[in-house]
Design a protein around this ligand. Structure first.
Ligand SMILES: C[S@@+](CC[C@H](N)C(=O)[O-])C[C@H]1O[C@@H](n2cnc3c(N)ncnc32)[C@H](O)[C@@H]1O
Length: 226
């Protein structure tokens, strides 16, 4: 029998919906344009209604061919391809896979299993932002703010380290996307073992009103999950 994904929790589902609501607010439309894609680190995508792909197809944010799932676990990708052959599946490292996607905007969910305080998280996020440098694109980078394998797992990394390194290390090298992406308020949520933070970037104009609306969305998310 097929195994369920460990990422189909209530918190995870609410976080996905939150990302889509942010996209809708920013772009004033409730679905991807037909030339846009949703690119994500996929893990297992089963046939249940709670899988990421089925959840977002169900709410009509996109059609399956607009979904691009990347994972370095070849077995998972093979299984996903059997479950959802209409979507695109890439078995590769995230940053390498991005080079092979025909992308011209949409939503990129870098839903990582990386610790937010590590330089690897920063460099991978930079690569993601460079790849996604198209107008109206939303990039959500999701990172672990605690390490469940150290001590009691409750020690929270300084959440600003990732953003400070991103914008301050050698800014000239990254000036292309620095000019185009705005850093939007971020949000946190807790899974059973780990505190996660989603850092949000928008390739477009952010008004104060929009920022306020996004803040209230993320406040609601916290209430919904906790
Ligand atoms: C948090 S899960 C994705 C969950 C999925 N977005 C969802 O909502 O159901 C992250 C996945 O990324 C994969 N992964 C971690 N590092 C990766 C890398 N550098 N390249 C490709 N896949 C990676 C892991 O195997 C894991 O399955």
């Amino acid at each position: 029998m097929q195994q369920e994904s460990k990422y189909n929790s209530k918190a995870k589902r609410a976080a996905r919906i939150n990302n889509i609501k942010i996209y809708e607010l920013l772009n004033k439309r409730n679905k991807l344009n037909c030339n846009e894609k949703y690119v994500t680190l996929s893990s297992r995508q089963d046939n249940s209604k709670n899988s990421e792909i089925n959840q977002i197809v169900e709410i009509e944010f996109l059609k399956k061919p607009q979904y691009v799932g990347i994972d370095n676990d070849k077995d998972l990708i093979r299984e996903n391809n059997k479950n959802h052959p209409e979507a695109t599946w890439i078995a590769d490292d995230w940053c390498c896979a991005l080079q092979h996607i025909d992308f011209s905007g949409g939503l990129v969910y870098f839903d990582s299993t990386y610790f937010s305080n590590k330089s690897f998280a920063v460099s991978s996020l930079r690569t993601t932002l460079e790849f996604a440098d198209y107008p109206e694109t939303l990039v959500v980078g999701n990172f672990m703010l605690t390490n469940p394998y150290v001590g009691n797992g409750n020690n929270v990394f300084n959440p600003n380290v990732l953003i400070d390194s991103l914008f301050n290390d050698n800014p000239a090298k990254w000036r292309n996307w620095n000019q185009n992406f705005e850093y939007v308020p971020n949000y946190e949520y807790k899974t059973t073992k780990t505190l996660m933070r989603s850092y949000i970037f928008y390739n477009g104009v952010l008004t104060d009103d929009l920022v306020e609306e996004i803040n209230s969305l993320t406040d609601n998310l916290a209430e919904e999950i906790n």
